[in-house]
Design a protein. Structure first.
Length: 293
């Protein structure tokens, strides 16, 4: 019995809607040679499609959101910020301190928080500090800024600015977090210029004249601006918590109006290349002395 006779006998014994269905299924018709199956070609095509799709996915990397039980997000990550729950707090780690603050707001919204976080330039010793934090009318817990790990320097591997919000907080938060300033940026929060990491770190100001301090300024290739310090008629007062303080005011003054024998009251960082010397023509008489450096 040849192949054609064998197929005809099989078709007569199988109930099919189309008698030729079996032949079609195996890719053979009477009078035609049987086709050889080529399974490896399909396998190669499928594999190639998967690789191509993988390359396409790798080329476009967007924000990632992880949802918990009930569909609520438990974390959000993008090139600008990473937000996740840790130890009863939402912890936001800033990856790009110069990103648009709308990118941060988007991340907080993704996890159910209404936080308007802005990063502002500050002097080196204030980096990571909260410059301002205004919660809603009934905040629960505290809002924190900082560096992770503590004491690291932005730019080092693994060092991030961080902002924390208590889990469960449902109000609005508007906050400013100190970031390193770019060259020439005026600090929005400025520390004493003699503090660690600042432009005049380690310089002593007490009982020193403008001329003496200017020598220190020039050694560091810094520019200087001036303010005049004055006392008010009421030179001291008590605050509500019992601490005693003093009232003074500051007025801008031109460099050519400042004598080299004037005294430096305080020095404040203004930018990475500029310090502000707060000066007085004679020793100030205060019931409560203020720190000089």
């Amino acid at each position: 019995m040849n192949e054609t006779e064998l197929l005809e006998k099989m078709r007569s014994q199988i109930a099919l809607r189309d008698p030729d269905e079996l032949a079609l299924a195996i890719g053979w018709r009477p009078g035609e040679p049987a086709k050889t199956r080529r399974p490896h070609r399909w396998r190669r095509l499928v594999t190639g499609a998967v690789v191509t799709a993988g390359l396409a996915a790798a080329a476009v990397v967007g924000p990632s959101v992880v949802a918990g039980i009930g569909g609520s997000a438990t974390s959000y990550a993008s090139s600008a910020i990473d937000v996740r729950q840790e130890n009863g707090k939402w912890v936001a780690r800033i990856k790009d301190p110069l990103a648009e603050h709308a990118e941060y707001a988007k991340a907080f919204r993704a996890v159910g928080l209404n936080v308007d976080l802005q990063l502002v330039p500050v002097s080196p010793s204030f980096v990571g500090d909260l410059v301002r934090a205004r919660p809603g009318p009934t905040p629960e817990g505290t809002f924190e800024g900082g560096l992770e790990p503590s004491g690291c320097r932005i730019g080092e591997a693994g060092c991030h600015l961080a902002f924390r919000v208590p889990v469960g907080f449902e109000g609005d938060v508007r906050a400013q977090l100190g970031r390193p300033a770019e060259s020439g940026e005026v600090y929005q929060a400025a520390a004493k210029a003699t503090m660690p990491g600042e432009a005049l770190e380690g310089v002593r100001l007490e009982d020193r004249t403008v001329g003496e301090v200017l020598d220190e300024v020039r050694k560091r290739d810094l520019q200087v601006v001036y303010e005049l310090v004055r006392t008010t008629p009421r030179s001291s007062t008590f605050f509500a918590d019992g601490r005693k303080g003093a009232f003074v005011r500051y007025e801008p003054i031109a460099a050519d109006a400042v004598g080299s024998d004037w005294l430096v009251w305080r020095a404040v960082s203004q930018s990475d290349r500029v310090v502000k010397l707060i000066v007085t023509p004679q020793p100030l008489k205060l019931d409560v002395p203020l720190p000089l450096s």
